[in-house]
Design a protein around this ligand. Structure first.
Ligand SMILES: Cc1cc2nc3c(=O)[nH]c(=O)nc-3n(C[C@H](O)[C@H](O)[C@H](O)COP(=O)(O)OP(=O)(O)OC[C@H]3O[C@@H](n4cnc5c(N)ncnc54)[C@H](O)[C@@H]3O)c2cc1C
Length: 732
């Protein structure tokens, strides 16, 4: 036997990724309570939720008894209580961002409307959870816990009311029509408030009995804006309004409610103080929604990630069986592979899978980041309170911590002090949260369309296995609610320029270069170069003007800031996917029980990483090139512009093919009028003057793509061999 014959064949993907592998990648292998939660949520998702979808439960706008029957399932499976602390009736100690992310993921694997229904309850309570007084938490959050046997109380079911009828609150959250006035304020007694709020598209409103509503003062005796807690039974008007005629997430309830209620001032979320006869809420509505959304948006990002990954198996099953029963017997490629004989169908599924992985990686990383940040944020608040620092003074203290964090990072020293660590993680969270909401849902919705197209006509029916058509539409809602893409891009355009974030970003580039030398197959090299290109571009646009001398990086110039925000998201998602695959490879190897399929899965995932890194690099290259060159005016077609188009190397190469070409411009008659031919000189490119660094990086980026299509071919081949179940584990 020669050497080649003795070589072991490269491991290949045998089965779809198991829970064991997912627990390692998404870092909950050591958290048994989360593993149990995943199993019980999955039983609800693939049981009652799936049966309701399959039996047409989505075909109505109203909140029906069938839809309501899911609530007890949420209660019994731990979904409702997962949001609560143990003293409030919950079962998870400490931060719960990862837990809620896993719930959203599991439910959305089948139906994101069901996920929304459960999560909107948490969203309704989140203002109280994040900023409420201890009394408010005890009364409302604790009463959201499912009833224990023998208990006799009304379980709180909450809704969150920010959005208002047009022309008021939508993307612009400051334009509040909802008003609050002092209705009655007797000497020495608590003031009574009159709250007048109309909502638009309010989730859970078909059944909620508590609403947290954003309102603005319409009374000189009350300052600014706030959120107030409204309760069914408060004196006045509690009108749930008409159901929204949604095309999406029909298993959740959405209405346009109308409230005009009298409530005690103690319902102001987070409490208030009284100064000179004026009620001053401790938190404005903007401060509260900021604290709430930055966490809840992460779970939304995971809903779309789940959809993409859930589409893989139904598409494989459909493609393989497409031609069975006609010509071709078992064992023939036509019978065994069906549409999988066609490369394009395989390549497109590889893209969908890679996107799903990258978005799940980004989403779960962000959820874990918030789990780290939550206790630090509490500690930060405690320290600031202890030092009696508020407003500008608190801001100054945090700026000091930010500067210290930057200095420590730049000198590669550990960040240990709580305020410094907080500053570091906060700068990341401020980028990762909008990034995962934006990219996972926005690009995810585009990729769901690809999944629909791979199912042919079936993709557009209710009978489509895996409910892929509905999931495509649903993904668009995920891109819209809790702030559409424009909101996330706006936020990123500010947070991504934070020096502290950029210092960490630059360290990641160096890390990727190291990864590239150990694991070139991941595409880390292309990704690192793309990150450099993005950083170069960001710095350039922050200092450059367009052809008319107008500043490029400005908040009104969304044509510059928004695409760069999009580009960053591609990078972050691809990077996190690579890190998760490395985690799988290293930690998985420590567990002998996983030995069997691990090598094949990591090899396959490595190829998917490469595919995704290359796609990200391409997208980033395009966006950066359009941004860097696109705001310069094209020079006239004179001698200098000819130099601009053909550099010395290019001319020499052309000369080798068409002798004499370098001395004449005749060959460029498409550019020059006949008779205009002049000697052509090689020289520096005028269009690129001052941009040489960019041009060099961009050229390098192209060569970094080496091998990415071979990786795609390998991944596609794996799709033809991987074992699947005979049928999905939920009905169609
Ligand atoms: C099914 C469903 C459930 C919902 N549940 C809730 C809920 O429970 N509670 C709640 O309060 N709200 C809820 N919403 C409302 C949702 O959050 C809003 O629809 C969303 O935030 C966008 O507001 P809008 O529809 O008014 O869009 P608009 O404000 O009208 O914006 C429309 C579009 O204009 C563009 N645009 C707007 N402003 C800018 C800008 N500054 N820069 C660039 N482009 C811009 C963007 O493309 C944007 O998508 C729900 C919505 C739906 C559909």
């Amino acid at each position: 036997m020669n050497d080649t014959a003795q070589e072991k064949p490269a491991p290949t993907l045998t089965t779809l990724p198991s829970d064991d592998l997912r627990q390692i990648m998404w870092r909950f292998a050591g958290r048994y309570e989360l593993q149990m939660l995943v199993q019980s949520v999955r039983a609800v998702a693939r049981g009652p939720v799936a049966r309701l979808v399959a039996s047409g439960g989505r075909n109505s706008h109203e909140w029906t008894a069938d839809k309501a029957s899911l609530l007890p399932h949420f209660d019994e499976s731990g979904i409702t209580a997962a949001f609560l602390d143990p003293e409030q009736g919950g079962f998870i100690e400490g931060p719960k961002n990862l837990a809620l992310a896993l719930i959203a993921f599991e439910l959305s694997w089948v139906d994101a409307g069901a996920a929304t229904s459960s999560l909107a309850g948490h969203l309704g309570l989140a203002p109280i959870h994040e900023r409420g007084t201890p009394e408010q938490r005890a009364q409302y959050v604790a009463n959201a816990a499912p009833l224990k046997p023998g208990e006799n109380r009304r379980q709180v079911r909450a809704a969150f009311a920010l959005t208002e009828p047009i022309p008021f609150v939508g993307v612009e959250t400051g334009m509040l029509a909802g008003k609050v006035r002092v209705a009655e304020w007797k000497e020495g007694r608590e003031p009574l408030l009159q709250v007048d709020k109309r909502g638009r598209f309010i989730t859970n409103m078909g059944f909620a009995n508590v609403v947290t509503a954003a309102v603005e003062s319409d009374d000189a005796r009350l300052k600014g804006s706030c959120m107030v807690i409204l309760q069914e039974g408060d004196p006045g008007l509690w009108d749930r309004g008409t159901p929204t005629k949604k095309l999406v997430h029909q298993l959740s309830s959405t209405n346009d409610p109308v409230f005009n209620l009298k409530v005690p001032a103690s319902r102001i979320v987070g409490g208030y103080t009284v100064k000179d006869g004026v009620i001053i809420p401790n938190y404005s509505h903007a401060e509260i929604i900021e604290a709430v959304f930055r966490r809840t948006r992460v779970t939304v990002g995971l809903m779309t990630a789940a959809k993409l990954l859930s589409a893989v198996e139904p598409v494989i099953l459909y493609h393989r069986r497409r031609f069975r029963g006609g010509q071709g017997a078992p064992g023939t490629p036509r019978y065994e592979l069906g549409i999988q004989q066609k490369q394009d169908a395989l390549h497109r599924l590889v893209d969908i899978w890679a996107t799903g992985e990258a978005s799940a990686s980004l989403g779960f990383e962000t959820a874990r980041l918030f789990d780290q940040l939550d206790p630090l944020e509490k500690e930060k608040d405690r320290i600031l309170t202890e030092k009696k620092l508020t407003g500008r003074a608190a801001f100054k203290e945090l700026s000091k911590a930010q500067a210290e964090a930057l200095q420590l990072l730049n000198t590669h020293q550990p960040l240990e002090a709580p305020l410094v660590k907080f500053a570091q993680l906060d700068s990341l969270a401020n980028v990762l949260c909008p990034a995962c909401k934006l990219w996972n849902t926005g690009h995810g919705a585009n990729m769901m369309r690809e999944a629909v197209s791979l199912m042919g006509g079936y993709g557009l029916t209710e009978d489509c296995p895996g409910f892929i058509g509905q999931k495509w539409m649903d993904a668009q809602l995920e891109a819209t609610y809790e702030g559409p893409e424009a909101v996330q891009r706006l936020q990123l355009s500010i947070t991504m320029t934070n020096e502290l974030f950029l210092a960490q970003f630059n360290q990641w580039i160096a890390d990727l270069k190291r990864i590239a030398s150990d694991r070139p197959g991941t595409g880390a090299c292309a990704l690192g170069t793309a990150m450099k290109l993005w950083f170069w571009t960001l710095q350039h646009v922050q200092n450059a003007n367009d052809a008319d001398g107008v500043k490029l990086y400005h908040k009104t110039r969304q044509g510059v800031t928004f695409p760069l925000a999009d580009a960053l998201c591609w990078l972050l998602a691809a990077r996190q996917f690579i890190l998760d695959v490395i985690e799988l490879e290293t930690k998985g190897a420590e567990n002998p029980a996983l030995a069997d399929g691990l090598g094949g899965t990591t090899a396959f995932f490595t190829d998917l990483c490469h595919v995704q890194a290359a796609r990200a690099a391409g997208e980033v290259g395009r966006i950066c090139a359009e941004t860097v060159h696109g705001y310069n005016r094209h020079p006239a077609w004179d001698e200098s512009s000819r130099r601009a188009c053909y550099g010395a190397e290019e001319l020499t190469a052309l000369e080798g093919i068409i002798p004499g070409i370098a001395g004449t411009a005749r060959a460029y008659s498409d550019v020059l009028e006949p008779g205009q031919a002049q000697p052509l000189k090689a020289g520096p490119c005028v269009k690129c003057e001052g941009l040489e660094g960019f041009v060099a990086l961009r050229a390098k980026l192209d060569t970094c793509l080496t091998g990415c299509r071979l990786a795609k071919d390998r991944a596609a081949e794996s799709l033809t061999k991987v074992m699947t179940r005979e049928a999905l584990d939920y009905p169609a």
